[in-house]
Design a protein around this ligand. Structure first.
Ligand SMILES: [Ca+2]
Ligand SMILES: [Ca+2]
Ligand SMILES: [Ca+2]
Length: 302
């Protein structure tokens, strides 16, 4: 599992040319070091905005990474000093379990049409075995013409390609990729439009493969000087792991004794050793704390 995450993060780091990034140190154990990246290309210019994992955006108790920036932030090409686009009201929330990724924000293109790529970090969570889980994507995408000559948000790639992609697992076997088919939104002079789409339309889509990770990305072209807004939510529902299951293999037995002891005595060590398991499974008596009062109740479960 660690190898998968490391590989993914390494690729991620290379893509954003963040040579100092490593997925080994200083991160929540369930999410990659980079929790959000925004790349924008316009002509020969390229700007990147990267939100690294930090203690300041991590709630260790809830195991949620949150980050938000409401101010207007120019995305500037470091070589040409050109403002390629402007970011505003950008936010992110990644929750460990039940797994959920939220991304929202607005991008306004600069003087040229812009290619925008927005990615969440890679989320790891307790494995959800084939058929036991489902997933659902909700997304709204909008466009506003700010310079009175019409505006468009268009998918990149062939006809029918979606602007929005949510995926589970690193290798994305067929059946665990969610592709939104919002292909283009166009408005006339001074116009605005917002499109909503859910995948599936109702309920959740069955996950046909064992899954343990997820990420989301949006990629589109935006007309010059115009604004695109996005608001996405990707939820994975899996089996709830029984109380006392501290290695997250679905059953409570003697193999849970060591991880239970670790959860009780060394929270950081637990997360390091069982990165995809939920430590609150050690709260056997349900008082929202993991302490010595859980020991007797745990022994009764065995
Ligand atoms: Ca326009
Ligand atoms: Ca177990
Ligand atoms: Ca307790």
């Amino acid at each position: 599992m660690t190898t998968h995450l490391g590989t993914k993060c390494g690729m991620f780091a290379m893509m954003v040319l963040l040579s100092a990034a490593s997925c080994i140190h200083a991160r929540a154990d369930f999410v990659s070091d980079i929790v959000l990246s925004i790349d924008v290309w316009a002509g020969s210019s390229h700007a990147t905005y990267v939100v690294p994992f930090s203690g300041a955006n991590y709630d260790a108790t809830q195991r949620v990474v949150t980050w938000a920036r409401t101010t207007s932030t120019p995305l500037i090409d470091p070589n040409t000093s050109m403002t390629v686009a402007t970011m505003r009201n950008a936010s992110l929330s990644i929750r460990h379990y039940p797994p959920r990724i939220l991304i929202a924000g607005q991008i306004t293109a600069g003087a040229q049409n812009a290619v925008v790529l927005i990615r969440s970090g890679w989320l790891q969570y307790p494995p959800i075995f084939a058929g036991d889980g489902g997933g659902r994507v909700s997304v709204s995408l909008g466009v506003a013409d700010l310079n009175n000559n019409g505006a468009a948000v268009d998918a990149i790639g062939e006809e029918g390609a979606g602007i929005y992609l949510a995926e589970s697992n690193e290798f994305v076997p067929a059946g665990v990729e969610f592709t939104e088919l919002i292909n283009a939104i166009e408005v006339g002079a001074g116009g605005t439009a917002t499109v909503f789409q859910n995948d599936p339309p109702q309920g959740t889509r069955q996950l046909d493969y064992d899954v343990w990770g997820a990420s989301v990305e949006l990629e589109y072209t935006l007309t010059a000087m115009d604004r695109a807004s996005y608001n996405t939510q990707f939820n994975i529902e899996g089996p709830t792991f029984p109380t006392g299951d501290l290695n997250c293999d679905g059953v409570v037995n003697n193999f849970d004794i060591d991880p239970f002891t670790l959860a009780l005595t060394d929270e950081a060590g637990f997360h390091a050793t069982y990165p995809t398991c939920e430590i609150m499974n050690a709260d056997i008596n349900g008082d929202n704390a993991i302490d010595n009062f859980d020991i007797d109740a745990f022994l009764e479960l065995l």
